[in-house]
Design a binder for this molecule. Structure first.
Ligand SMILES: *Cc1c(COP(=O)(O)O)cnc(C)c1O
Length: 373
């Protein structure tokens, strides 16, 4: 079986360095808010081209705490409308509703799965205060256009960069476009820890200070609490793991792109649509880091069964859109036909830096041998 994502093999590549890093943390006697976190924050801010990086417990908290910090700063208030793609992973929406802000679900671009500037502009009202731009599947949202739109209307922009570490447009990376950006280092993400971890990047000094306080009980100085904060910190052990893995991120991304290119060229089945990138041709690929390689077909169930029978594990990202979840029962009647069609048709092929060329060829052959029911 070709696994969808072989995390064990990915981390085994760095086994010695990871063990050295873990040993360093164990022997330091200091496990929270120490030198590993400081070093990782500084490395990751530099990697993204942002002034600040604030480590937090996970990607959801990165988004939630940023919106919360804007509320503390008086830039957002309860009930404000936040535009977000209807087809995103539920975490983007949870961060909005947790803050009692109002998500405005907008249908994505049909080809890129990301926000479309025209459709986004069409839902801006006097109550709109921010855009949550999700870089879905690893492809950067159209940030030049979205930032121009936000400037025109005085909106905040929060990037959800959980799937897009290192994706760029004109050399400018995810995490440096919006007023702030949330990252996840969940083990399966392109930059994955060996547990939960996340971070916010921003160029805003004041915002950075408040997020840092919010994630540490609302405190900047021990035992003095400015806010009713939470405990959301990136611990020393995960920071040490991430420092090791950050050094290999670009090499791993390169391999993901090679595999994506091989799929794009090799899969010729007429009933399977390939992911299309908006800002680069498939030979430059700057704006897509292929966290996922998502194809579409009206015969998804049959294709998934065929691939499984041929020894190829696939997953669906995602089977149920947020507005059809029980958690958001009040939106269940809302109609988002494009989003709903995507959720019925998308299928994610295996893509990971440790796949061999033979495995890539086997996936291509399995796709091309699919017989329509
Ligand atoms: C993974 C993910 C998150 C949440 O990150 P966690 O670290 O799992 O909390 C948020 N948004 C998107 C798009 C994601 O893929």
């Amino acid at each position: 079986m070709i696994p969808f994502l072989d995390l064990k093999a990915i981390n085994a590549q760095y086994r010695h360095d990871l063990i050295d890093a873990a040993t360093r943390v164990i022997d330091s006697g200091w496990y929270i808010q120490g030198t590993e976190l400081k070093a990782f924050e500084s490395d990751f801010a530099a990697y993204c081209g942002a002034q600040h990086c604030i480590g937090v417990a996970n990607g959801l908290d990165a988004l939630t705490l940023t919106l919360r910090a804007w509320k503390e700063l008086g830039k957002l208030k309860e009930g404000d409308e936040i535009i977000v793609p209807a087809n995103t992973y539920i975490a983007s929406i949870l961060a909005i509703t947790e803050n009692r802000l109002q998500p405005v679900l907008v249908e994505p671009d049909e080809h890129t799965y990301n926000l479309c500037p025209t459709k986004t502009a069409a839902v801006i009202t006097a109550n709109t205060k921010a855009i949550l731009a999700v870089h879905l599947y690893g492809q950067l949202a159209p940030m030049p256009e979205l930032m121009a739109l936000a400037d025109e209307h005085g909106l905040l922009v929060l990037e959800d960069s959980a799937q897009a570490h290192g994706a760029a447009i004109n050399g400018k990376k995810a995490g440096s476009w919006g007023h702030a950006s949330g990252f996840s280092f969940y083990p399966g993400k392109n930059l994955g820890a060996l547990g939960d971890a996340g971070a916010v990047t921003t160029n805003d000094d004041e915002l950075a200070t408040i997020i840092r306080a919010l994630g540490n009980y609302g405190s900047q100085k021990k035992y003095e609490n400015l806010y009713q904060g939470v405990n959301s910190r990136l611990d020393e052990m995960q920071a040490a793991m991430l420092r090791v893995k950050l050094q290999h991120l670009d090499t791993e991304t390169q391999r993901r792109k090679e595999i994506a290119l091989a799929y794009a060229k090799g899969i010729t089945h007429p009933a399977l649509s390939q992911p299309i990138t908006a800002h680069s041709t498939l030979t430059s690929l700057e704006n897509h880091v292929f966290h996922l390689y998502v194809i579409r077909t009206a015969e998804r169930e049959a294709l998934q069964t065929h691939l499984a029978n041929t020894g190829v594990q696939t997953l669906i990202h995602y089977p149920i859109p947020p507005h059809q979840q029980q958690a958001y029962a009040k939106w269940n009647e809302q109609s988002c036909p494009l989003t709903e069609a995507m959720h019925q048709q998308v299928l994610s092929l295996p893509i990971s830096p440790v796949m061999t060329d033979d495995q890539v060829d086997a996936v291509i052959a399995a796709c091309n041998s699919f017989e329509m029911p």
